[in-house]
Design a binder for this molecule. Structure first.
Ligand code: GLC
Ligand code: CA
Length: 557
């Protein structure tokens, strides 16, 4: 049986602070901007806010490279701003969740500086530092962002340090109990400050197999995917269990893991009743059509039956094991409406369909900033317009695999993380109302038509659709069913029909979505004739046959 928790019935929202709202005209979103927009979020129906990192950072990976875990980067504000945000959130019954990035820190963190000064001293053991023997690197793992995971330790010709992400993100050595204690101390410090919990970054990477293990090369660079080492690593559960006991559990913190894992027992281990975290993201749709060989080989649109299969598989496996967190997009992925709808099919009604099939699944809905107004991917006219540190490597890989420059740009334009990071489109004034200065990253020019102000004014907008979905989720009549009701597929075999029941103790709902541009007929079961939500004007029922428009979705009670 699933143990009920305070956060199950809530709705969550991810803020990428750098691109959310700028209050001092430097072109960079800030904490005061988050405070300013709390009412906007409250109105939408949001309770829990996950803030992407705002700690001190050289921003090599946009804050996921932390140089001081207990201070706020001046570009985002001050500790006083953070404390004010906590107070303001609390006064609105809202909760702040921070990003916990402890697989690695920044190479500008004091720990790493001290490790460079004295690799044999105590801080050397906070990292993976190895001597280079006969000019050979200790292993042949390829970092997620391209190139070997090894780089020369500054000041030491004969030593290398390990980073599975960017070279400015040295991996912390979790085998060292002193490091683990430092991390726990920092986590407790934040929890004592009053944050509700953490989103936990890249966490499966903290456990490595023997650092000298090489695997067969999978590209001409002689390197091998980090996935191989992840498969080989055992003992992750011990670290995570210890972290939970030493920190989260003591504070009843809410935690949501960024867990990419194909372990059979993943759901139970991570989010079962005795799991490591409160929740974890469902990345099954995110992973659909992805390739280990690079973005050039990934599918650029995932929809209809493919999307359905991903979502349903997770829901079926999940049963009563735990509470998953459902997403359409985040700061690492293309905009959902540009990826989960067929190309050039992102009308507002299609966006509403996508919203409904996602939010009505069992689990905690996380909305990523801009998703609620249907922000789309951008079109980039040159690789130099892209800031994201992972994109260049993917571009080069596409060229290496024979794509022309134009084709490679087309591929990376779809997948670059900058799509999710363009400034929030508040209104149609210059710079989309995001800043009075020059935004740090180019705006999507479609802000003149897609923006929050216009949608707040217009009752049939996507913004209001999201608001209605969230308020249905919290309504006294349907809330229990939407939060806890059993997930049961309906007509699962019917092509591009995504339909499911949510069967609760107090009632049952049926979600029916025609996940394709063409119309489709659907036989409805008896009952279920009350239309709670419908993204189209028509409800064409003949006998039991519902004639649905392309991308029509209805929620029936
Ligand atoms: C996670 C973050 C991503 C970051 C990486 C390294 O995947 O979501 O943005 O680049 O970890 O911290
Ligand atoms: Ca600012």
């Amino acid at each position: 049986m699933l143990k009920k928790q305070w956060w199950h019935g809530k709705a969550a929202y991810q803020i990428y602070p750098k691109s959310f709202y700028d209050t001092n005209g430097d072109g960079i979103g800030d904490l005061r901007g988050v405070i300013r927009k709390l009412d906007y979020l409250k109105d939408l129906g949001i309770d829990i806010i996950w803030l992407s990192p705002i700690y001190c950072s050289p921003l090599a990976d946009q804050g996921y490279d932390i140089s001081d875990y207990q201070n706020i980067d001046p570009r985002f504000g001050t500790m006083e701003d953070m404390e004010e945000l906590l107070r303001e959130a609390k006064s609105r019954d809202m909760y702040i969740v921070m990003d916990l990035v402890v697989n690695h820190c920044s190479d500008e963190h004091e720990w790493f500086r001290k490790a460079c000064e004295d690799p044999d001293g105590p801080y050397g053991k906070y990292f993976y530092i190895e001597d280079v023997k006969d000019g050979k690197l200790p292993n042949n793992w390829r970092s997620y962002f391209g190139g070997p995971v090894w780089d020369k330790l500054p000041g030491h010709e004969d030593k290398y340090y390990l980073h599975v992400f960017h070279k400015k993100q040295p991996d912390l050595n979790w085998e060292n109990p002193a490091l683990r204690q430092e991390v726990y101390r920092m986590i407790n410090w934040w929890l004592e400050k009053g944050i509700a919990g953490f989103r936990i970054d890249a966490i499966v990477n903290i456990k490595k197999p023997d650092i000298h293990t090489c695997y067969p090369a999978d590209r001409e660079d002689g390197l091998t995917s980090v996935q191989n080492m992840l498969h080989d690593a055992s003992g992750l559960d011990d670290f995570l269990h210890e972290m939970k006991i030493e920190t989260f559990e003591k504070h009843q913190a809410f935690t949501v893991g960024e867990v990419f894992s194909d372990r059979e027992d993943a759901l139970n281990a991570f989010i079962g009743n005795d799991g490591h975290f409160s929740s974890m993201f469902d990345f099954s749709e995110t992973m659909a059509g992805k390739s280990e060989d690079g973005w050039y080989a990934c599918q650029t649109s995932v929809w209809g039956d493919t999307y359905k299969k991903c979502a349903f598989d997770t829901q079926k496996r999940l049963g009563d094991i735990g509470f998953i967190s459902n997403i359409i997009e985040n700061h690492d992925e293309p905009r959902g409406v540009s990826h989960y709808l067929p190309e050039s099919c992102n009308s507002e009604s299609a966006k509403k369909m996508l919203a409904a099939v996602n939010v009505m699944l069992r689990g905690l809905p996380f909305i990523y900033q801009g998703q609620e107004i249907g922000m789309t991917n951008v079109s980039f006219s040159s690789i130099d317009e892209i800031d994201d540190c992972t994109t260049r490597h993917e571009y080069d890989q596409a060229i290496a695999r024979g794509l022309s420059e134009e084709e490679a740009l087309h591929v990376v334009s779809h997948f670059t993380r900058d799509n999710a990071r363009t400034p929030f489109q508040w209104n149609d004034s210059p710079q989309a109302g995001f800043t009075t200065g020059t935004p740090w990253l180019k705006l999507n020019p479609n802000y003149t038509t897609i923006n929050a102000a216009e949608q707040i004014e217009r009752p049939d907008s996507l913004y209001h659709w999201y608001k209605d979905l969230l308020s249905l989720r919290k309504s006294p009549v349907y809330g229990e069913t939407i939060v806890y009701g059993e997930f049961v597929p309906y007509l699962e075999e019917q092509t591009n029909l995504m339909a499911f029941y949510r069967n609760g103790e107090s009632g049952s709902l049926l979600v029916v979505a025609n996940y394709q541009p063409e119309p489709q007929d659907v036989e409805l079961p008896d009952g279920y004739r009350k239309v709670l939500m419908n993204n189209m004007e028509n409800f064409l029922l003949e006998g039991n046959t519902l004639h649905m428009d392309g991308f029509q979705v209805v929620i029936l009670g």
